[in-house]
Design a protein around this ligand. Structure first.
Ligand SMILES: Cc1cc2nc3c(=O)[nH]c(=O)nc-3n(C[C@H](O)[C@H](O)[C@H](O)COP(=O)(O)OP(=O)(O)OC[C@H]3O[C@@H](n4cnc5c(N)ncnc54)[C@H](O)[C@@H]3O)c2cc1C
Length: 503
């Protein structure tokens, strides 16, 4: 690795969102980064798939702070001012019930000329977005990758190197080396696993805890993602529903057991479609077509969806899992860390995965702006987990709660959701008020967060102190390094303030 004289050397495994964003962030802090990506091309482009990257305000403010949101890049995204809620399908029992009273509702949504079953709408509060300093943006996955890659490579001479077709097949945590399939070996001061939920770095840390990928347990839902080109929506007479229904332009079709999320994406404003379904158990990937067709996993549904889904292109399917929660994101050696999907696997196609990957990158880069001392690497890696874990776990739960609320099986909760949304709409309120008030409140907290400020706070409150009684400034218990030992050490009297060694 061509390290410059100043700065630490990092190897990042994986050149997706968290890998490239971490390279940008560490470069800004004066370090040297080698990014190793197994795919032959950026963003999985070799596969031909190209889905939707949703960026919430907490993520878009990072792109803004990095000066990546010029008119040219902004034009590559579609805005999302909110979403409307419809019923994906009217349950048979309910239809029968209506049949006895109001016959016209029996065929709600199913037949040509019938009206869709509208529940209400959620519009993002303008003040909330203003306070959060960021908008809601939806890029094509590969466009976002290109923006991040270009920034990582900009003016970097030898500071950042990205190698494609470079699959890491072994990690030696003690020696801090990676071995590529080609047999090449690379060494660094630290290794960052940004290689996803099934990546070799997460697997290596799971093995240290006596676990394997089998500890990630499927939760019964699979998400099919696809793109429907705008031109096809118009050609098939569906524009009045998916582009012209209102000024929101995004819709979530809720139902028992399955739901369909339809949001505009990219410069062309094509439609990104996600189907959360119980009809598939395939453990697929983002770069391969699924075994079942998207039209086979949607069940009985509104006629508009029935017409839209056959137009889907670039279909992929990824199984949702309750992932094993790594006790330590850092290896026993203290030199290998995971972030992004590799640290906290998210809800596929959820609202937040991309934004928290960007947050992770900012946080790790920012804290490492305070040191070029290889001895302090373990302490800083533990600080990363200590500060990021709780937020990432909560955001994953929030995403899961949205999906579960939209796919709740028939029963009292299902009926309560629909009745609550209808009542809110009738009263002129946001559909999510009341029953989903907590989710609405959490939007504000999630969107308002600033990873850079949080990293500064860590430095002010903790990082600039170190425990002189231990070699690296953190404690050691039962052969395993614990970040909490470090935290408690700074609250005791045996601490001293250190200068930032970059200052
Ligand atoms: C090609 C691709 C397309 C995607 N498309 C979408 C989409 O359309 N919509 C959506 O919601 N989410 C998509 N995702 C998932 C999305 O990127 C993540 O949910 C999230 O944003 C953060 O991901 P990450 O960067 O932590 O990890 P990931 O995005 O999972 O990336 C991990 C990277 O590590 C690489 N890698 C894995 N193992 C090795 C190894 N041994 N050696 C070297 N490199 C390795 C992978 O090839 C990949 O590039 C996609 C992911 C990928 C990889």
């Amino acid at each position: 690795m061509g390290a410059s004289t100043a700065g630490l050397t990092f190897i990042i495994v994986g050149a997706s969102v968290s890998g490239l964003a971490s390279a940008i962030s560490l470069k800004k802090s004066g370090h040297n980064v080698l990014v190793l990506e197994k795919d032959p091309k950026l963003g999985g482009a070799a596969s031909g798939f190209n889905g939707c990257a949703r960026i919430c305000p907490n993520g878009s403010k990072i792109l803004l702070d990095w000066d990546l949101l010029h008119p040219e890049t902004k034009a590559k995204s579609a805005p999302m001012p909110g979403f409307t809620f419809f019923k994906r399908a009217v349950p048979r029992s309910l239809a029968y019930c209506f049949c006895l009273t109001r016959y016209r509702l029996v065929n709600a949504g199913y037949t040509e000329g019938s009206k869709a079953d509208f529940l209400g709408e959620n519009r993002w509060n303008e003040d909330l977005l203003f306070e959060a300093r960021g908008g809601y943006m939806q890029f094509r996955h590969q466009d976002l990758m290109r923006i991040l890659y270009d920034e990582a490579m900009r003016d970097s001479s030898s500071q950042v190197t990205v190698r494609f077709g470079a699959e890491v097949v072994n990690i030696d945590c003690e020696a801090c080396t990676v071995t590529l399939r080609s047999g090449e070996v690379h060494t660094a001061d630290a290794i960052i696993g940004a290689d996803g939920a099934r990546g070799i770095v997460r697997q290596t840390l799971m093995e240290e805890e006596g676990e394997s990928l089998a500890s990630d347990v499927p939760n019964g839902l699979t998400v099919y993602s696809a793109i429907v080109p705008k031109a096809l929506v118009y050609e098939n007479g569906l524009a009045p529903w998916f582009y012209e229904y209102d000024d929101i332009g995004s819709s979530i079709w809720v139902g028992p057991d399955r739901s369909v999320w339809i949001f505009p994406v990219g410069h062309e404003n094509d439609l990104a479609v996600s189907v959360y379904t119980t009809d598939s158990t395939q453990d697929g990937t983002w770069t391969e077509p699924p075994e079942k067709r998207i039209t086979d996993v949607i069940g009985k549904c509104d006629i508009r969806l029935k017409k839209l889904l056959p137009l889907a292109r670039n279909v992929t399917c990824v199984q949702m899992k309750n992932p094993y929660s790594l006790e330590s994101w850092v290896s026993e050696s203290g030199r290998v860390v995971v972030l992004g999907e590799a640290a906290h696997p998210t809800i596929p196609a959820g609202l937040h995965p991309y934004s928290i990957a960007l947050e992770d990158a900012v946080f790790i880069g920012k804290i490492f702006s305070h040191t070029k001392d290889p001895q302090r690497v373990p302490e800083f890696l533990y600080a990363f987990q200590e500060n990021r874990e709780k937020r990432c776990a909560r955001i994953r739960d929030i995403d899961l709660e949205y999906v579960q609320a939209c796919t709740v099986p028939l029963g009292p909760m299902h009926d309560q959701r629909d009745a609550g949304m209808r009542a809110n709409h009738a009263a002129g309120r946001n559909a999510m008020e009341g029953d989903f008030q907590q989710m609405l409140d959490e939007f504000g907290i999630v969107f308002g967060y600033n990873a850079s400020d949080d990293a500064d706070e860590w430095w002010i409150n903790w990082g600039r102190f170190r425990n002189p009684n231990t070699e690296h400034g953190y404690g050691e218990t039962d052969g395993r390094l614990r970040p909490t030992s470090f935290i408690s050490s700074v609250t005791s009297s045996a601490t001293e303030e250190t200068e930032c060694d970059q200052c």
